[in-house]
Design a protein around this ligand. Sequence first.
Ligand code: NAD
Length: 429
Amino acid sequence: MKIAVMGTGYVGLVTGACLADLDNEVYCVDKDKEKVQALSRGHIPIYEAGLEVLVRRGLDSLRLKFTADAPKAIRSSEIIFITVGTPSTEEGEADMSAVREVAEEIASSMDGYKVIVNKSTVPVGSTKLVEKIIQERVEGRFEFDVVSNPEFLREGTAVQDFLHPDRIVIGSDSQRAIGILTELYQPIHAPLVITDPSSAEMIKYASNAFLATKVSFINAIANICEAVGADVREVALGMGYDKRIGFEFLKSGPGFGGSCFPKDCRALIDIASKAGYHFYLLEGVMEVNREQMKLMVEKARRHLGSLRGKKIAVWGLTFKANTDDIRESPAIAIVSMLREEGAVLKVYDPIAMDKVRDVFSDITYAADPYQAVEGMELLMLLTDWDDFKWVDFKRVKELMDHPAIIDGRNCLDPLTLRRIGFDYEGVGR
Ligand code: NAD
């Protein structure tokens, strides 16, 4: 099938590369010309396992092309995906300006029937909004359908998630569009949830808000565990065996972050409020999350007293392991708070150092985990990259001025570390 993907970010690039690999002819469009040029040469701007191979295979077979020429891509395609960003506005609602812009671009280049598929996470009613924008410009000259098809991929496992999703949600009132998308997704074996556009749009927000709720819930339990002398990891294990609860998203840590959970929670609170419902529960989830990040700084204070002039090493800066994404990363928020309290920071991340350099210019960047801890008084582990689990902690102890660790992800073994001589603190254990 002939496809255009409008917006070649995390979702658009993965969508385009995977659909090309499933034998479709795909144009990935982006208005960032430098990005388009780099991608056309096979240079991937993001870190995502398995993606580079797919992109190169797509380029070699000519099934995958990158362009800034939106009209050409739109005219060459029957299916047009919208995968642009929908960041939070100051008020917390989803910023729809890129979606509107793309809808206008599609309308001005229409030359026949198209299925416009919205994969961006957008408020309920956005399918109708895109329909209206296009209809106002097309004025009945061409037929088209707009479909909501939210994306559930996770950064770090995006290719795998796209090709092996738990479900595919298609929200449309048009049998023609549903038929085309069902055929497109036929090689991907997953349950199809075919529903109306509003429910499809809500499924995405409700899913992310629910997962965020699980994270804040276990973080709250972790904090109670600390106070009463229980171990949250044991508690989560015991809870997770209950099939109604499950093990996923029951890992306590420094709070959730990333480009989706915080902004989607804020957007859902806003959607609810505009619809006349005060979403106290989700506001609480966000509040617990903010407090959890502050708690990491409080833990540092408990170890060091005032943080002014104290030397702290930080391992891990991305919002989770296996991605280079630092958008709303708890580690970045915590580094920022430590910095404000006057701590002297040396940081290390296996992938995201260059991105973080753009955020903080006055901290020290280490070349590896060992360099990061040299002469430091406290080590804070904030992203659970596997690399950190295999570090030689005897060497780390020798390099540090004072051997203390705050394991913000509970991914190290306290017994081993204490045996080596570390002052170890996890989260809720
Ligand atoms: P992103 O910021 O990585 O990418 C968006 C891209 O769109 C950028 O490359 C930008 O240059 C491009 N763009 C903006 N306006 C454009 C225009 N008019 N024409 C062409 N290109 C344009 O965003 P993302 O993380 O891929 O997220 C996209 C959407 O998918 C968001 O709504 C997000 O909530 C949703 N989503 C993201 C994830 C994720 O893990 N990142 C997962 C599921 C859903």
